[in-house]
Every structure is written in C-alpha cells, then in structure tokens.
Design a binder for this molecule. Sequence first.
Ligand SMILES: [Zn+2]
Length: 306
Amino acid sequence: MDKRENWFREGAPLLQQVMRQLGIVDRLPTDDLYYACPCCLFAFPYAALEARNLTIEHVPPESLGGKAMLLTCKRCNNDAGRDFDSHAQKRAEFQNMMLGNGTTRPMRAVFEADGIQINGEAQRAGNGWFLQGVPKRNRKEKLDAHEKALRAASERGESPDLKFTIKERISSRHADVSWVRSAYLAAFSALGWRYILQPALNPIREQIKPGSSATLPSIIGYNPSHDADLRQIMFVEEPERLSSVVVRIGHYTVFLPDPWGTWTMEQLAEEISGLSDEAGKVPFTLNGKIVPWPTKPVYSLDTLNP
Ligand SMILES: [Zn+2]
C-alpha cells in the first residue's frame, strides 16, 4: 500500500472515533470514512487520494530539510508553499548568506558605483561577495556607465566606492507563519485529532489557512545557537507558567496550547512576553516530558483513549 493510503486508513477511523467521543460526529458524512485536512478541517473521502486532493506534506517544508510526515489537502499544501514557506526559505538563505554559511543561491541586489545604480545579484563567496549585474534587468547604457565608473576608479588606483543593497522580498511575518504551521502539523502528527480539535487551536488554523491575513500573537522564538537539525516536541512542565506544547525545529521554537486547556493562545503569548528578558528574548530553559518526533501520524493522545 502506498504511504498516503496507509495514512488515510489509519487516520480516518480515529477521526470518527474522536468526533464521536467529543459529541460532534454528526459533522461528518455517514456514508463512508473521512479524513480531515488538519489545516482547514475539510473532510475528504477515500476517493480524494485517487484524485490527488490529499497530498503528502513535509515537516518542515522539503526546501528547509523536512521529511514526509502526514496528509494535508492539496490546496492547503500548495498555498502554504507559495504564501508562507517561500518566505521562510528566502529568510533562511538570507541568514545563511549574512553568516557566511555555505554557498547560497544569488540574491537580487542593487549596486551603486559613483552614484550609478544597476540591478544585479549578490552571492557570498568565501569571506567576500560575488556581485554581478544582470543584463536583462538593466538598460545597456546604465551597465556601461557603471562599468566605466568602476574601471576609472581602479585606474586611479582607488578601490571603487561600491555599495550594494539586497532587494529580495521577504516577509518575516509570513516566514514565521510557515514555522508555526510546521510546528502545528508536527504536534498533530504526534498527538492526534483530539488535540487539534480543541477550541484553543482555532487561532492557529485561522492563521495558516490560505489567504489569511490574521496576525498571531507572538508564540515563536528564534535561537540561532540551536542545531539546524534539532527536532523536538515537549510538554512543558517548568516554568509552570509556560505550560504548553513546545515544538522546536532547528532555530525556531513554537509554543502551542497544551492538551489540557491551561491557556488560550492569547494567554500563552502573554505568559511568554511576561517571561521575556530586557532584550525581549524568551528564556529557552524549559523542562518537561519529551514526545518522540513523529515520522508519520501516531495520534498518541487519541490511542490512549480508545
Ligand atoms: Zn486543507
């Protein structure tokens, strides 16, 4: 059986069972088993696999080193790639470039020599930068004048006064949503339907759905000293005020409401900001119970309550 089929056959009966326990099973059609996309909660029948409307989702996105983890609907999967993940990827490339980590793809940039600006690309090369004008993004006279200015400077034995600005369009907010979405999907795979069907998780789904303009309270932290390969889910016990599910993926730490309804998203965000230090950083010493990182949906809380 293919992975998608397996995941459908394991997830659909559990969804029905959990919804029955929660007294909301009447929201599911009764003619067949249905699997809900964990992002939009739209329920799909088995035929959606054939039609490729249920797709394999990578956590984090494949372009950021993620692995296949669960099923989401095609629309949520594709739209997140375009709206959120592309920004997360560009931001990661930009950060790598600034840190001089490895080779990165060239970034759009504007160069200026003696007041003449041209459009081009900048790329980190060892300890320096490799800058190149892109002919089709400039008028030829501009390119010639720019080159002339550089040549004149070097003939005078001066190092040319060359400035450049990176011009990539990166939205930090959209990049953050990508990481929050990955954290939500990892928590779903680890904990299951009962966990994400809590009202406390509604604001997350509002934020990650296609075309959303909602703004999440601050539930994400950045820690560049964490290993890029770090993958961790924890029920936070200490500090007690931060009772939550914490998902760490590489440099990002996302706080999600716990399964016991301790805090709403807003309250949790308030607790996080209350514990921030003067520099606005959240203390990242958290203790609690580690949940194994899922490589497929394991629904650990659903299977505890058969
Ligand atoms: Zn969906």
